[in-house]
Ligand binder design. Sequence first.
Ligand code: MN3
Length: 257
Amino acid sequence: MHRIQRPISRRGFTGACAALAAGLAARPIATRAAGGGRAVSPASLAIQDAPEGPFTLAPLPYDYAALEPTIDTLTMEIHHGKHHAAYVANLNKAVADAPDLGAMTPDDLIQSLDTVPEAIRGTVRNNAGGHVNHTLFWEIMVPGGGGAPDAALAAAIEADLGGRAAAQEAVNAAGLGRFGSGWAWIVVGPDAKLAVLATPNQDNPLMDGLGTPILGVDVWEHAYYLKHQNKRADYLAAWWSVVDWSAVGQRYEAAIG
Ligand code: MN3
């Protein structure tokens, strides 16, 4: 495994992050000092000269190895500790001189892009989108996932998407059909019905009023290339075994109010 400058064992990296996560568990994420002086924390792997807030990278709710074998440990380390950390760092850098933007929640920010100064709008769109999308992604996965949606969500999936098998097939098709990088989603649309769609880059359905995402799968190559190489279809087929339907159901309940 290639490492820059200093060899860090995977066990050491994971252990440090798990210890960091454990230390943070008892207090709100907002009080966290990113970087924190640790030699190996996700933030230390991000952009070095970025400010430490206002947006922060939450620790994963499980260990980097927890989604094996569906998603391998190294992919999780790089994806959360480098890619997601970099979106947060770049977002903080972009809003460093715009405290009103920094005071917004990430969800509000991506729904207010028309108020963002044009000079930083593209950067904010990409990096706030990346932050929101990955936060959802980590939260709707769980070790030993893949169970079944609860009654309310199951009924909506049946009524609006033709059942769970059809819904999963539609998401897979949306992800496969997304040329280049992007995401496939199940959203609660403006008509309160479930819909499946894909977005490019780090766009989120909330940005364009397409609906409130309750499930999303990252189809950027960085999400699957180490394990599945070019076979996006294999990754998508396997991914459902780590979906936390209970978390998706909670998002559904919140979205329909
Ligand atoms: Mn990603």
